[in-house]
Design a protein around this ligand. Structure first.
Ligand code: AHR
Length: 502
């Protein structure tokens, strides 16, 4: 089969914000303890952070990192995580049935962020706490000084404010599993009130309203409408969360997961714009896609579950999915979907980073390594610059159980107008056939192929494991050629390709 497309720099979708390449660190399982932080490890620096992990996070090119949860945040008292370490309380983490030692808190995490070169995005607890506690935290992090809480930060060793720019107003408040789960009406009211109060303190912050925790929640759509009805004027973003997994061996549908993400984004944008229209507002609400990934939730439900009043372990192994080639292809396609919507998805956070559904894995006392999903993130984050371009794509289709008739090829192109550098990201969802794609790039002027990267393997379930840490990596796609104004590239079955043009 063949496919055709045209890349024209005049047809732009929108500017690609660096925040699109964000991550997420939750106090969950072995993410923080025995993940980014392992004081006894030979790679630990003076603060106990693993330098091999720091190097890998830097290599991934992660912009903003959402912290400290997730479901964890709905039971979190931020005050526990600051001040002298020996005085910090051990607390129950009901979300993950674990014990939180608070050895790592705001200050330590901020220091780690400086090492990996990322910025902090914080979530406030609107599950079991409210407006006052959110204000206290904002005063602690962002006020230069002169008050009890800002002085406390200074006494705790941080003279300059943390200057946190983006704040999530709670986490997944539509989910019945959430501590303090609320109705859309209740949440909309407290979110609006908290947002107003936080902005009264610091008008420079950006605020994220909780949207649905998946497009398949029973309240999806109506939740967005109601919470935006309350908080439209007070926030900048509404959140989307989506996780995909291969179910019951239905690889064809799994490979088409990004069509669901496309639909999710388009639907939330339409809902937000509808509320704006009803309000007669010119303001646009953008999307913070602040949790997205491949996640085998069935494994979490059946294998990881911890129970018992006397069983709240510290840093248990939770959500430690080991990703395959097909997972990485779907993952790369999810990034294509985010880029295709760069005009309205202006912030996103890969959930999560280390050990917990992470592109990076570690073994206590042992090595750190790249999962298959590491590669599409790192390469897309490095190559996708400037503006996302709208493509004219003409490709054959295939039928899926979940999403009906779906294109076999998905793609997005990006271009940096300042340097003239461009990139094309493509997936082939066919499980049996290679597809030759012919791309009209005359509009890009005189460019050459500067680099090519491909994820493809005869065994689509090949993985990187502790025993075989480099089984899967990227290889060049040597089929890519430019002839005049035409680029051709062959995409093998179940593959993801990135082309850098300069
Ligand atoms: O990322 C894992 C969990 O998924 C987060 O804690 C929660 O927000 C979501 O349900």
């Amino acid at each position: 089969p063949t496919a055709r497309m045209t890349i024209d720099p005049h047809f732009t979708v929108g500017e690609i914000k660096r925040n699109l390449f964000g991550g997420f660190v939750e106090h969950l399982g072995r993410h923080v303890y025995d993940g980014i932080y392992e004081p006894g490890h030979e790679q630990a620096d003076a603060e106990g952070f693993r330098q091999d992990v720091i190097e890998l996070v830097r290599e991934m090119g992660v912009s903003t990192i959402r912290y400290p949860g997730g479901n964890f945040v709905s039971g979190f008292r931020w005050e526990d995580s600051v001040g002298p370490r020996e005085q910090r309380p051990r607390r129950l983490d009901l979300a993950w049935h674990s014990t939180e030692t608070n050895e790592i808190g705001m200050h330590e995490f901020s220091s780690w962020l400086d090492k990996v070169g990322s910025e902090m995005m914080l979530a406030v607890n609107l599950g079991t706490r409210g407006t006052l506690e959110a204000l206290d935290l904002l005063e602690y992090t962002n006020l230069p000084g002169g008050t009890f809480l800002s002085q406390k930060r200074i006494d705790n060793g941080k003279k300059d404010p943390f200057a946190v720019k983006i704040w999530c107003l709670g986490n997944e408040m539509d989910g019945p599993w959430q501590l303090g789960h609320r109705s859309a009406d209740d949440y909309g009211k407290i979110a609006s009130q908290t947002a107003k109060a936080m902005r009264q303190l610091d008008e420079s912050i950006e605020l994220v309203l909780c949207g649905s925790s998946s497009a398949h929640m029973p309240t999806f759509g109506e939740w967005e409408r109601q919470v935006l009805h309350h908080a439209y004027d007070d926030v900048d973003y509404i959140s989307c969360h989506a996780y995909y997994e291969e179910k019951d061996g239905d690889t064809a549908s799994f490979l088409a997961s990004a069509t669901d993400m496309d639909w999710f984004i388009d639907t939330v944008v339409a809902t937000a714009d509808h509320v704006g229209a009803v309000k007669g507002s010119k303001k646009k609400i953008n999307i913070s896609f602040d949790e997205w990934n491949v996640w085998y939730q069935a494994r979490f439900r059946d294998v990881d579950r911890i129970e018992g009043l006397d069983n709240y372990p510290v840093a248990p192994r939770l959500l430690e999915d080991i990703y395959s080639v097909v997972d990485a292809v779907v993952f790369g396609n999810l990034m294509i979907s985010l880029l295709k919507h760069a005009d309205r998805v202006t912030s996103a956070s890969l959930a999560q980073l280390v050990n917990v559904i992470g592109p990076i894995m570690t073994e206590p006392g042992g090595p750190a390594w790249r999962q298959t999903t590491f590669f599409p993130f790192a390469i897309t984050s490095r190559l996708a610059k400037g503006e996302a371009l709208e493509l004219k794509l003409d490709a054959p289709t295939y039928s899926t159980k979940e999403y009906g008739e779906v294109s076999l090829v998905d793609s997005v192109a990006t271009r940096d107008a300042e340097t003239g550098e461009a990139a094309v990201f493509l997936v082939n969802r066919s499980q049996t056939e290679s597809i030759e794609v012919t791309i009209d790039i005359a509009g890009l002027g005189d460019v050459a192929i500067a680099e090519t990267h491909m994820i493809h393997d005869e065994d689509i379930y090949a993985k990187n494991t502790l025993e075989d840490r480099e089984r899967v990596s990227t290889k060049p796609n040597d089929s890519a050629r430019i002839d005049g104004g035409t680029l051709t590239v062959t995409l093998p079955p179940v593959s993801w390709t990135a082309l850098g043009l300069a």
